[in-house]
Design a protein around this ligand. Sequence first.
Ligand SMILES: C[S@@+](CC[C@H](N)C(=O)[O-])C[C@H]1O[C@@H](n2cnc3c(N)ncnc32)[C@H](O)[C@@H]1O
Length: 202
Amino acid sequence: MVEVKSHGLFKFMAPVYDCSARMAMFGQYERLRQQLLGKIEIKKGRRILDMASGTGYLAERMGAVDLVCTDISVKMLKRARKKAKGDFVLADAHRLPFRDGVFHSAVSSFAMHEVGRPGEVFGEMFRVLAPGGEIAVMDVVQQTRFSKKILLEIFHTFIEMRTASYVNIPQLKDAFRGADGFNIQLDMFELVALVWGRKRLE
Ligand SMILES: C[S@@+](CC[C@H](N)C(=O)[O-])C[C@H]1O[C@@H](n2cnc3c(N)ncnc32)[C@H](O)[C@@H]1O
């Protein structure tokens, strides 16, 4: 079993998660998810994976797609189920219980800093994605500039309670080696990276 540092935390966080996430995003809550969802095609019949969906931040804006939400916390998934239609699957992101190539798109928001081994999780997202499928991931990332490092340290201490392990941009690039192109957009004081691409056709 992969060691997961913080999912126990989400058992307690679930009831207050939406409210605290809104505050933590400094008024960017709606805009950030629209930006991510703008990177994939959302329409009826498309099978979309929301990996580590939490309480359904992305899921609740996906309308009539064939949606599958996964998370390691039952309490978070139960909340997501109240907001969106789809399948809700309790699963560790390091071993997704799906066959290869079954999704048209795979998305994830603010989860890579929670999972134990983000490289493996990206690998799983690519594995379950069909060739030519879209992947879009958004999260707070490590910083190189001094002023941003301080800002991240404040965020890490007061918002994340020092439970997070942020990925860095080279790790993200490496994770996207299975994609055609590596697109990145930095946002919310440049602390948040939105990365997206298309799985290479075989
Ligand atoms: C900060 S929340 C983000 C939730 C949601 N995507 C959002 O943007 O609001 C992180 C989520 O990752 C989940 N998580 C942490 N480790 C995980 C793992 N190894 N596998 C699946 N989910 C995991 C937690 O249970 C939690 O719901």
